[in-house]
Design a protein around this ligand. Structure first.
Ligand SMILES: [Fe+2]
Ligand SMILES: [Fe+2]
Length: 147
């Protein structure tokens, strides 16, 4: 069983947003799997694989949020501040958890955080990203018409 399925989140009207969400879900599922493997066999090799995936996830989340924020600014999305704040709060929680892991080496803190995050992710995508992407897709279509 996967941690999260792409079908659980609403399909975005903006293709690049959809692709980012699918890629991120894949990374989350890989972390879940690697954490299970490490739990069964605590070798350095398994730990390294898990750590690398977590680093990849952090970069992916940052790029994901920054790209949505760029699109929102480009098309003057009216609820930009609210959406940006939701990103900032999630990123702050994630960064604190990762910092603690780097300082104290407790990888379980990070994997626990990640395993609990699908709830936030599904809610954010379905209630915040979905209306944002509908607006952006509409603005993109208008822009095309003008050309
Ligand atoms: Fe998103
Ligand atoms: Fe978002």
């Amino acid at each position: 069983m996967a941690l999260l399925y792409a079908q659980q989140v609403e399909e975005m009207d903006v293709e690049e947003m959809q692709e980012t969400h699918e890629a991120e879900i894949e990374i989350l599922n890989e972390i879940d799997k690697l954490a299970t493997y490490y739990g069964m066999d605590k070798t350095d090799e398994k730990l390294k694989a898990l750590e690398e995936k977590i680093e990849e996830y952090l970069v992916h989340v940052k790029t994901h949020f920054a790209n949505e924020e760029r699109l929102m600014r480009k098309y003057d999305f009216p609820k930009y501040d609210m959406h940006k704040m939701a990103h900032d709060m999630f990123l702050m929680d994630l960064s604190i958890t990762i910092k603690q892991w780097r300082k104290f080496g407790d990888i379980e803190k990070v994997t626990n955080f990640i395993r609990k995050s699908p709830e936030w992710i599904v809610l954010h995508i379905n209630t915040v990203d979905a209306p944002t992407s509908a607006y952006i897709a509409h603005m993109m279509a208008l822009e095309k018409e003008k050309k």
